[in-house]
Write a protein that binds this ligand. Structure first.
Ligand code: ADP
Ligand code: MG
Length: 313
């Protein structure tokens, strides 16, 4: 072995290693066969993984590698937020296109690092490959539940009020690459009120609320058309494709806001003084009759089809 700087795969790993931290639970980060994480006695760990592929979740033709890196970590943080947990360590696996692999790997890391720092996440390992195919990036994120436990999708009850944490729709034009994970919001809510069920909106409100209904034993929900917060991007999207802004808000994916259900008494209390930085929009209620319905402006209630994103259809 010479004393020269490593090149290629090992050069990139060394470059990433120099920029990586170990704080919190990381006793040993990048550089050995495994990372070593220190468990807190009695805390449940949360583990989540998400893979992004060029041509499917982003297009390197117009999206920057930094944006892709940000998103790859951001969507995972959003999943930890959706359990009201605290993220602490990530591993990142990349399949880099051979041409310009090192620069691409560095720029992905540059996009990811500020987000990791913002949420106190140590990058403790990964895997680096190059091939003749397109960029694929997979992040696995570990987190910890708070003392009050993780919040599941399965706890919704008849009569619960349904909330979302921000305006929805039209994210695919721009916003989908830059999700702000709702970690602080979820933790603030979890501290002050029993949250019955919680999910992040990645496939669209109609689909993701559908997951809560299904996991909670086959309940139903009525959404109030006039109460759905519609993002300005949904108005732009509507102008472009003629679908209504409400349709975009209900069915577009990748908003990365949270959807939660709460007992009606707690909901009143919460609306009177929402815990910062959480912002809450009351969008409907959980009902016993299975299925998703929409209460229109004139008061009539119509069935609502879940038309959110599904990779296999
Ligand atoms: P091994 O062959 O034992 O799996 P590697 O040579 O793949 O080890 O990786 C060496 C070290 O670098 C490991 O600690 C691994 O977790 C880390 N690593 C590899 N690729 C990345 C990456 N893209 N980002 C962060 N850490 C990485
Ligand atoms: Mg090894």
């Amino acid at each position: 072995m010479g004393s020269t700087q490593p090149t290629g795969e090992f050069g990139l790993i060394a470059w990433i290693r120099e920029r990586s931290t170990t704080r919190g639970r990381a006793a040993l980060g990048i550089g050995d066969d495994c990372a070593v994480l220190r468990a807190k006695v009695d805390a449940d760990w949360l583990v989540t993984t998400d893979m992004l592929m060029d041509g499917r979740h982003f297009r390197l033709e117009h999206d920057t590698p930094e944006a892709v890196g940000y998103k790859a970590l951001g969507v995972n943080i959003s999943d930890i937020a959706a359990m009201a947990g605290i993220p602490f360590a990530a591993v990142v696996a990349v399949a880099l296109p051979r041409e310009g692999a090192t620069e691409l790997g560095e720029r992905i890391h540059d996009g990811m690092r500020p987000l990791a720092d913002r949420y106190g996440i140590d990058l403790v390992g990964g895997d680096t490959n190059a091939w003749d195919g397109p960029l694929v990036i997979s992040v696995t994120l570990l987190g910890e539940a708070t003392g009050r436990g993780p919040i599941l999708r399965s706890g919704a009850k008849v009569g619960d009020v349904i909330f979302v944490t921000g305006p929805l729709g039209g994210s695919l034009a721009r916003r989908h690459l830059a999700p702000e994970p709702r970690i602080r919001e979820a933790l603030a809510l979890h501290r002050v009120v029993p949250i019955h069920a919680l999910i992040d909106i990645s496939d669209g409100l109609s689909s993701d609320l559908g997951h809560i209904l299904e996991e909670s034993g086959g309940l139903g929900a009525i959404l109030d058309a006039e109460a759905i917060p519609i993002h300005a991007d949904a108005l732009d999207a509507s102008q472009a494709d003629g679908r209504s802004p409400l349709d975009h808000a209900l069915n577009d994916g990748e908003d990365f806001e949270l959807c939660l259900t709460i007992d009606p008494c707690d909901a009143e209390r919460l609306l009177a003084s929402p815990p910062a930085p959480a912002v809450l929009y009351r969008v409907g209620e959980i009902v016993a009759e299975p299925g998703l319905k929409l209460r229109q402006a004139d008061g009539t209630v119509v069935p609502l089809e879940a038309r959110g994103f599904n990779h296999l259809t």
